[in-house]
Design a protein around this ligand. Sequence first.
Ligand code: ADP
Ligand code: MG
Length: 696
Amino acid sequence: MTNIPDYFGSLVFDDRVMKAMLSANTYRSLKKTIKEGASLDLSVANAVASAMKDWAISKGATHFTHWFQPLTGITAEKHDSFISPAPDGGVIMEFSGKELIKGEPDASSFPSGGLRATFEARGYTAWDPTSYAFIKDKTLCIPTAFCSYSGHALDKKTPLLRSMEALNKQALRILRLFGHTDVKRVNTSVGAEQEYFLIDRELYKKRKDLIFTGRTLFGAKSPKGQEMDDHYFGVIKPRVQEFMSDLDEELWKLGVYAKTEHNEVAPAQHELAPIFTTTNIATDQNQLTMEIMQKVASKHGLVCLLHEKPFAGVNGSGKHNNWSMATDKGVNLLSPGETPYDNAQFLIFLCAVIKAVDDYQDLLRIAVATAGNDHRLGAQEAPPAVVSIFLGDELTAIMDAIVNDKPYSAQEKTTMKLGVDTLPKFNRDETDRNRTSPFAFTGNKFEFRMLGSSNSIACTNIMLNSAVAESLRIYADRLENAENFDEKLHEMIKKTFSDHRRIIFNGNGYDEKWILEAEERGLSNYRTTPDCMPHLLDEKNVKMLTGLGVFTIEELQSRCEIMLENYCKAVIIEANTMVDMSRKEILPAIVKYSADVAMNLSRKKTVLPELACNFEKTLVSKLSILIDRIDETTDELENATLEVRDVSDTIQQGYAIRDTLLGKMSELRAVCDEAERITSEEYWPMPNYGELFFGV
Ligand code: ADP
Ligand code: MG
């Protein structure tokens, strides 16, 4: 391929293309819409649509689609071609402003959690001009929001945009108080580091569990796993290297700033990190990245696994959401400044995050709750299910000094009196040695590490933006009415630090002792999805999210329902797959193996009756016992699944899964894995862990 700058973004209708292809007036109107959310009139939309069409056709596109993010967690598209009949029997290529702005996919089979009555099956999609259109598979993709006709959001983008708006509004109020009247917009920025596994496609095809559920439901430990730590940042295998180069190239064409690709801790595990960008673009790009990863993998005879826990016994995959707030003047609001004045402003934004995370721990946990991610959180490899903040030593010392009216270091003689003019200068502490914290301050941004690898980052950022907007709203209300700004500011920062001290934890998050301490501190610890999800509808959460206009109550109810339903469906499919594999593959294999061994044993005995044949005898007897246990446990799992399926209330169904089904699944896995350990590889009906890990 040619020079990267030559093809970077070549499949994106970005600012460069807009400038080149739109008239000056159209360009100006569109930019105004993008920057300030001004509404767009139809003549402008028509001009943009026509330019988009010409550009897309010149790049080989034949179709267009509104690209959206329904509540299934993946993206959806419905392709229409540009062609329109011409009077002479030929075709002309058409694309109107109306088609650009609004689409009407038949939405009846997307989950709506009761928001869209069936008689009103259609939803509509609406163009999001703040995220660039792009070409994928000869199709012009237009990023859109997805709503019902009654105006309820049926997707993840709509509330995300609303949450960004809420944060913008409240952050601007604070900035005005600091005299920044020139700032027009505050955006949140996100860089989402993405982990994934790559395995050989031929091996994948031989495992129903991977095909149906994305993870292995059986599998004895391989003699070698991740214990040598030799994979992390290790040499990348040639086939993986080719995949990564191809992936980078495809992503670059789509304008995604894929920056680093490296191996991760577990064998066959890798990571991709992009350069951060505005949150809604980062969200679209992360969805796109996950999709392209899977496509590129299949071109290389590989399968990209995005499940949070594809294999027992080695690390699962997560996603790190690096998050900050920045003004349209390019100032990062979470960057400590050079002067006391800047630092006071930094501290109030820092306080807003600390308060937000403590007040809405549950929402951050809920945002990452899926059946898959429940296997990671709290499993000694990923952050615990308890949300806490790592601030680092220096900021924690500053915080304690402010709370106690003490100097914050030996050198610093003055107490931390926090007038805007009196705050001492402190250095930016970039030392993030703590990889076990779910929410770590890393110098000028926060890194939230609880996301699962397959999660859309939308939910996390909706909650984070909203919770921080709420803190800022409360601060702004108080500061705007303060008689003495400096005093009020000091009081509020001090109060935040002392009220929310419990959420700060700089120690080892994987330590069992921390979980006990967290309980004493009153932090919530929701281990599973059914534990946390119902709290979405807690009064304080509903009040905050509806108050800021991010969700309506109906939208929250529908989300709670859908997320729980997804959880239940996912686990029930896993249970059914286990029963199927156990009966049709595992039991027959062990039966055959033990029968063959028994046959050999009896032949041997006929020829050489004096031999003890202890090995064969023990093996046949062990296998026979296991066969019966597997059979019984399979029956039990099947019955448990049928019982769970009949529970009609989704919350109760979730509890039943948590309390009975998961346990039965582990039992069945344990006996099957035991059988795998003593069964000849020749007979075992599916590729084992060793082959999957080291088969590429
Ligand atoms: P590392 O985690 O390896 O130390 P960095 O901290 O530089 O690397 O970056 C990790 C991720 O954080 C990258 O995706 C990067 O683009 C992103 N990032 C850096 N600054 C910001 C910011 N201000 N807002 C959001 N994300 C950021
Ligand atoms: Mg990082």
